[in-house]
Design a protein around this ligand. Structure first.
Ligand code: GLU
Length: 483
């Protein structure tokens, strides 16, 4: 199966899953799965200063929740493990030494002070190649004195290095612009710049899919492949994810635009399926179809590199909301209840019929976090004014409504079978008897108990939600206030 495509997702465990990273994982996964390939998860934790406890679990959980399943990786295993870089340190050392031997890398003993002195006043400074040509004796002496050292990649002095990115096309770099970057640090840990190349090769990765911030450093990685005599992988760099600024401009998606981590979006009430569907379309579009809704299987069937765009994609929270509301509407009742009921039960008094209330909200929310606001009229008695009773269409006035409420209150007190059908019949009969529009009676009762003009559900549905005692009590209060 040597032609099998293999991709990977290689996040650094920084504590949360940025939406941009999740999109990278998704595209990498889809590229592989659209062609029956394999997908690897590799944890890049060699920057010990940036380690966050529990961060790997967040990554694994996010992939699990979004249905991005990996064939090799932590917890799953595979023939190319371990899949956590900090568990692979001897491998990197061995490969770095190999390049030292072949002359593509060298030991550098420069002190931090010396490197500091190379920087300009903006704090920017490259390395001047001071240790490039140390003699074998000098190196031996430094090592025997226990001097700390790093291993650097020796960049060619002239010529160019180029590669063809499958999204961006040819990228050419003058070698003279490439600095002798560090491969192994003084603490023995490898840098990302070095170890990801070793891993991608050893793990058999055929397509490197990642953010385009690596587009221009990739020539350096290509030189590493060349130095080892390895075949270079294909590169698929992805356009940036942007957010809309208040002034109408766009900038790299960050916290000031809103929630940017997968978990925060979930906490805000977005469904993983809706998030995945939406971000799949942020930089990719399917060929020959205007389809907007995709299951993971449909994404796998439709994905191709040709559909990827070079231009930055703008994250639009309104559009995500719309996707989410459509996904919520499509949720089967039991799944919807599983999410909505705990929230409603937490917010509402015991006598509230939360199941019924949840039903009324099912098609009216675009995220579960909206429930709290939507049910404020249930969880408290809102301030209201008499003009809410005035309705042109039903020809109601506060005076008319007051009469209706006074008539209906004793009838409602008598009802033993408190449900929508009984209550509806009761109000309907009453309106017929009084030769009133049914709409007028419903209006009066609905406004009196909800204390707001727009509600999920009609009068009798809300009466069922409130239950008899609360309905009666709210109507009593309304009559008093109408005095
Ligand atoms: N650990 C790198 C990051 O999170 C991975 C880049 C890559 O995919 O090569 O940015």
């Amino acid at each position: 199966m040597s032609n099998t495509i293999k991709t990977r997702f290689a996040p650094s465990p920084t504590g949360y899953m940025h939406i941009g990273n999740l999109r990278t994982a998704l595209y990498s996964y889809l590229l592989s799965k659209s062609q029956g390939g394999k997908f690897i998860l590799r944890i890049e934790d060699t920057d010990q200063e940036r380690l966050v406890e529990g961060a790997t679990d967040v990554i694994i959980k996010t992939l699990e929740m979004t249905g991005i399943d990996y064939d090799e990786g932590p917890g799953v295993g595979g023939e190319n493990g371990p899949y956590i870089q900090s568990e692979r340190l001897p491998i990197y050392k061995e490969y770095a030494e190999q390049l030292v031997k072949s002359g593509h890398a060298y030991y550098c003993f420069c002190t931090p002070e010396r490197l500091e002195s190379l920087k300009d006043d903006k704090g920017i400074g490259g390395y001047d190649g001071h240790c490039r040509d140390l003699s074998a004796e000098e190196i031996e002496k430094n090592l025997s004195e226990g001097k700390p050292y790093v291993i650097r990649q020796r960049m060619p002095d002239e010529g160019t290095t180029s590669y063809v990115d499958l999204v961006y096309g040819e990228v050419v770099m003058d070698n003279s612009e490439l600095r002798d970057q560090i491969m192994i640090k003084a603490d023995g840990y490898p840098t990302y710049n070095f170890c990801h190349v070793v891993d991608d090769h050893l793990m058999g990765v055929t397509h490197v899919v990642r953010g385009n911030e690596y587009l221009t450093s990739t020539p350096k990685y290509c030189l590493l492949y060349d130095a080892f005599g390895w075949e270079r992988p294909n590169y698929v760099h992805l356009p940036l994810l942007m957010g809309k600024d208040e002034d109408g401009n766009v900038s790299k998606l960050s916290k000031r635009h809103g929630a940017v981590s997968f978990q925060d979006l979930v906490n805000d009430g977005y469904l993983p399926e809706a998030i995945v569907n939406y971000i799949a379309l942020l930089g990719w579009c399917p060929k020959d179809t205007n389809q907007e809704f995709f299951t993971m299987d449909e994404l796998k069937a439709n994905f191709s590199i040709e559909g990827l765009s070079k231009s930055p994609a703008v994250f639009d929270y309104e559009k995500l909301k719309w996707f989410n509301s459509e996904y919520i509407k499509k949720l089967p009742d039991d799944e919807y209840n599983e999410k909505a009921l705990p929230i409603l039960n937490e917010l509402c008094e015991d006598y509230i019929n939360t199941r019924k209330l949840g039903e009324l909200l099912h098609t009216r929310i675009s995220s579960f976090s909206e429930i709290k606001d939507q049910v404020r009229f249930v969880t408290s008695r809102l301030e209201m004014t008499d003009d809410l009773y005035t309705n042109k269409k039903n020809k109601t006035t506060p005076e008319l409504c007051k009469g209706i409420l006074e008539d209906c209150l004793p009838k409602l007190r008598e009802v033993s079978d408190w449900n929508n059908d009984t209550l509806f019949a009761l109000l309907k009969d009453y309106s017929a008897e009084k030769e009133l529009k049914a709409g007028a009676v419903m209006w009066a009762v609905r406004v009196a108990i909800a204390r707001q003009g727009i509600t999920p559900g009609g009068a009798t549905e809300l009466m069922e939600v409130f239950g008899k005692d609360e309905t009666v009590s709210r109507i009593e209060q309304a009559i008093n206030e109408l005095q």
